[in-house]
Design a protein around this ligand. Structure first.
Ligand code: PGA
Length: 250
């Protein structure tokens, strides 16, 4: 891995007081930034915490992101958050297509592709999550499911001439929040396949691969063996600054 990205996905874990504690712990470690070298750290917070993070850490090294966005640019869409309003709080990246959004919010591939487009148009890096569930894996359908989730996105990327980084995060559903991670063989098969797809896009250098699902200070070392990876998407283990720091420094 050349440049490693460590993105925390805080999901719905944090409260205002725990976010304040995270910021305090991060700021107390004045030296951390200097020790990061070629590692980048980002946090995808809940919408209501983004403004606070922008105020407190806006000028720091920390990349800031959202966990979803609307596919619409503006208008009568109660409960949705536009990319324009996310730009107002200076986010660098946005997660889309997370399994929890696909499942609980029933987001379709088409809807996620529209979100992908509005993010590209706004110059915000998407982190597009893809992944199969356990039944699909056991039926030997992993690559088919991944292709299904990526097909429309590939069509967009075959024409995309911009320069922003686009992250594809492989997050097998059975690994999210379970402590289980895929075998090295499974990961090699998946990232080998993703690498082939990447070669079909107009500017392959734009595309970076992440792995997510039970990344912790215990699992990250074996995951670092996968050559195609540019980093990780970290859920539960990113909410505490000390655990996140441990993962980043391993
Ligand atoms: P986890 O979640 O690290 O808690 O397994 C990862 C994710 O869902 O992005």
């Amino acid at each position: 891995m050349v440049k490693k990205y460590y993105f925390g996905n805080w999901k719905m874990y944090q409260t205002f007081s725990s976010v304040k504690k995270f910021v305090k712990d991060l700021k107390a470690d004045k030296d951390w930034q200097n020790r990061l070298d070629d590692r980048y750290v980002g946090i995808a917070a809940s919408y209501e915490h983004l403004y606070f993070l922008a105020q407190k850490l806006g000028n720091s090294f920390l990349l800031q992101g959202a966990q979803d966005c609307s596919q619409f640019t503006q208008g009568a869409y109660t409960g949705q958050v536009s990319v324009q309003s996310l730009l107002d709080v200076n986010i660098d990246f946005c997660i889309i297509g997370h399994n929890e959004a696909r499942f609980y919010l029933e987001q379709s591939h088409e809807q996620i592709a529209l979100k992908f487009k509005v993010l590209l148009a706004a110059g915000i890096s998407p982190i597009l999550c893809i992944g199969e569930n356990l039944v699909e894996k056991e039926e030997g359908r992993t690559l088919e499911i991944l292709f299904d989730q990526l097909e429309i996105i590939l069509e967009i990327l075959k024409k995309y001439t911009g320069t922003i980084k686009i992250f594809i995060a492989y997050e097998p559903v059975y690994a999210i929040g379970t402590g289980m991670i895929p075998s090295q063989k499974d990961l090699q098969d998946v990232f080998g396949f993703l690498q082939q797809l990447k070669n079909q896009v107009l500017i392959p250098e734009n595309i970076l691969f992440l792995y997510g699902g039970s990344v912790s200070s215990k699992t990250v070392i074996s995951l670092q063996q996968i050559n195609e990876l540019s980093g990780f998407l970290i859920g539960k283990s990113s909410i505490d600054f000390q655990e996140l720091k441990k993962i980043v420094e391993l």
